[in-house]
Design a protein around this ligand. Structure first.
Ligand code: NAP
Ligand code: GLV
Length: 317
């Protein structure tokens, strides 16, 4: 029997793969600090964590028994994967099971930002809708527009499938040319052409502030930017300035540079839809993610090599 730290409560349906092991769970529902995770990690064999938990080199250094960390997220920028590999710790994530749910949310943001749903609903709730105006709340059409996907992996492609139903022209850019229809080799070219830009890259040193002042200036003044990837992919200060000046038409954001803090310039910006990182937040998908993470932990503890290991080299040949 191994000891497994769960940094937050998981749905009962997700616990069956790890039945029989000793589960260590914090009693409060509040996210743990990094120091608390480090402390609890000292005598466990596995950790099931969330994207808010920072599994740093210092945490790993405390965890002499640790064999595996599974984050209940597809993004794994919260973990120091290189340090884990050096320590012989497998790192697992949850690819695939959240693609459609996250793509649904990205598409909801494309529609909501393009058609000014937040501004118009806010005015209605505040009693600001006093008369119907022919030229009130004019937005941008989504149907027939050109969608530029930055990152064309699982979620980017799921968004592309939805765009077909809206008769959109779909372009994409990835690290390497995909050879597929709609591929734009240079990101700057995609930004110049797109009416809607939707971000689907992981957060890496290369993608930090990928969308900065210079690149925002390449976009059409009628364009809409949607970010369901990771906050630091966009320079928020630059985005706030572009929205204030009207240099960019609108933005739909699910993720932020310093979550849960939202840049005050974005909170005040016009034509901006802001959501609290809910891309994968459906009952079914969150349960599937948690189950994929616990299954990976069980497999590693049983001597297996789960396919959702991001550092498979840790298992040797
Ligand atoms: P994925 O299948 O790995 O796709 C990522 C894509 O980004 C790939 O096409 C990849 O190219 C490309 N890419 C990587 N680095 C790049 C760069 N420097 N420039 C251009 N393209 C680059 O990942 P996914 O499952 O679609 O998830 C994408 C991200 O979405 C996750 O990492 C996570 O941060 C975020 N996410 C957020 C939510 C939410 O709740 N808002 C939910 C799920 C996921 P290669 O194929 O060449 O690597
Ligand atoms: C959510 O943001 C994820 O990476 O799964």
């Amino acid at each position: 029997m191994a000891r497994i730290l769960l940094t937050s409560r998981l749905p009962d349906d997700a616990l069956s793969p790890i039945v029989g092991h000793e589960l260590v769970m914090p009693s409060s529902g509040v996210p743990l600090t990094t120091d608390e995770v480090a402390d609890l990690a000292r005598d466990v064999d596995a950790i099931v964590c969330q994207l808010t938990d920072r599994i740093t080199e210092a945490v790993l250094a405390c965890a002499s028994r640790l064999a595996v960390v599974a984050t209940v997220s597809v993004g794994y920028d919260n973990l120091d994967v290189e340090a884990a590999t050096r320590a012989g710790v497998a790192v697992c994530n949850t690819p695939g099971v959240l693609d459609d749910t996250t793509a649904d949310l990205a598409f909801a943001l494309i529609l909501a930002a393009s058609r000014l749903l937040s501004d118009s609903e806010r005015d209605l709730r505040n009693g600001g809708w006093t008369d119907w105006r022919f030229d009130g709340y004019l937005g941008q059409d989504v149907h027939g527009a050109t969608l530029g996907l930055v990152g064309y992996g699982r979620i980017g492609r799921a968004v592309a499938r939805r765009a077909e139903g809206f008769s959109m022209r779909v372009l994409h850019h990835a690290r390497r040319p995909t050879g597929l229809q709609g591929c734009v080799v240079e990101l700057d070219d995609l930004l110049r052409q797109a009416d809607v830009v939707s971000l689907h890259v992981p957060l890496t040193p290369e993608t930090r502030h990928l969308i900065d002042t210079r690149r925002l200036a390449l976009m059409k003044p009628t364009a809409v930017l949607v970010n369901t990837a990771r906050g630091p992919v966009v320079d928020e200060e630059a985005l706030g300035a572009a929205l204030e000046s009207g240099r960019l038409f609108a933005a739909g954001l699910d993720v932020y540079e310093h979550e849960p803090t939202v840049h005050p310039r974005l909170l005040a910006a016009p034509r901006t839809v802001l959501l609290p990182h809910i891309g994968s937040a459906s009952f079914a998908t969150r349960t599937a993610m948690a189950r994929l993470a616990t299954s990976a932990v069980a497999e590693v503890l049983a001597g297996g090599r789960p396919p959702n290991t991001v550092n498979p080299e840790v298992f040797g040949d």
